[in-house]
Design a protein. Sequence first.
Length: 583
Amino acid sequence: MNLLHLVPALGVLWWLGSSISTFARNYRSARASGLPIIVCAFNPDNMLYLILSVPLLPLLERIVPKALFDPIEVTIYGWEFRDRRSVHERRGTAFMLATTSVNRLYVADAAMALGILARRNDFPQHHMARDTMSIAGANVFSSDGDSWSRQRRIVAPSLNERTSDRVWHESVGQAADMAGFMLAQPLGQSRDVVNALKCIAINVLASVAYGQSKPWRVYERPTDPAAAISYTDAVGMTADLMILSAFISTKLLRLPFMPKLLQTLGVAVDELPRLTRDMLDQERRRAASASDAQDGPDTVMATLVRLSDEEKDGASRQKAGAGAGAGAGSGSRSGSGTKPFLTDDEISGNLFLFTAAGFDTTSYSLSYALTLLAAYPEWQVWVQAEIDEVFASLDHDTQREYSVVFPKLSRCLAVMLETTRLYPPAMHIIRDQPLTKPVVLAAHGTTYPIVGPCTVQITSITLHADAAHWGGDALEFRPARWLNADAATRGKAPLVTPAPGSFLGWSAGPRVCPGQKMSQVEFVGVVSTLLRKCSVAPVVGAGETPQQARDRLLEVLRDSQPELTLRMNRPTDIHLQWNRRRG
């Protein structure tokens, strides 16, 4: 064998030996946990496998015996939505996947899930999630430790009741415009519901975050790389095509032979830093020229800049005072050199997170909910009965008040919770366990030592489908399960609080989503406005019965695939009939 053949052969032998050694170590760690084990004799984190496994799934299902399919199924992205709960029923509510790269711990046990989410330092954000969501700068999602604590302390006050009030009014106005557009379509029929709701989501965010009011129109991605692009259009496009934005170089995206859409995406990602700097500069100039600190729009951006600049000024004054005083560093608020304020990079990152996450998750939650209500007319009538009763009891001026109307629309909120239970934006919550020393998890009186490095995936959609928590109809759409039947007579809260850990629509623990209330306000504002003005139903095709048309809609929902969030594969197949209810 000459040298030309020897070098590749040695390379293969080295790779094979390294894989066997890593797998043996991982298998020992998996066994030490005391949990059930699935053996995966390959690297499921290989990028080529991640890209090809989803389109090859139908072929793999045909050629791999069903009894041997579990090790493959749980490595194919989005398996939780396709499977719901059968793998966990066969393998246990928590099990380990031993691989040739990094072990994976899959958790569908409520107590264990809460234990993981409560320990943010032991289980930090997964590196891939960090890299994806920090595309415009560090933020509360992509950060850990002291950096997360500092950012959370400054960011949380910007998402307050004043923000909710603005979200409510903008959502109601945008939804009223959408209702008018849909009713004006030929025969009141439309296939644009997903893009129509995307426009509401991005316009609400533009108004609340940046004070930029935009008229409603069906959402269209920019497709001209030579045209000027606004910040909200750039963020919306980046969020809509997040996987491409995060993992493909903009130099490649902008090559002349690329499709115009991808070239425009490359421009959007490249332009984000400049567009953000321009916005922050304008906000600081506005604040400096204002006669009162509270003058100007009360936007999320203005609040972040004001709070961060106040912290920065306070830290500078304290540092100057400490330098003139007894000891350098005495009384430092920052501690060990940590900045107590947000850097401009962090303001940029948090604004991006606020816009991108709010745009993607809320628009698709609304899309799934509206389609479900069209497919289940009995629940649509149930919601409309509450809407009619609430608005009939209020005078014209009071009907516009967020603080009065939102708390009364419990059924609208129940629809959101039920939709999020069955079609959560994220199929799982992912964390790292990077430590080689065991981190002990406890559940139901048993302890499980987890040795890293290990990827932890809490399969929230499986928890949402657990019959032990949700009953025998856990896979059915029944929004009434979220309401106390006797709340009115016994003074109970109208909404049911599910068992701890059984519902993770906005995560749980210290890292629960700070935008939870805002998303709920927007959802209720949009749904109550649309269903007050309209009824929606599936368009019945030639030769179809109404029930077959409803079944067809539900099949479109089942034909969904997670990207970063759950999305319908055929959104234009949501063909709806809009009928006027009132002026």
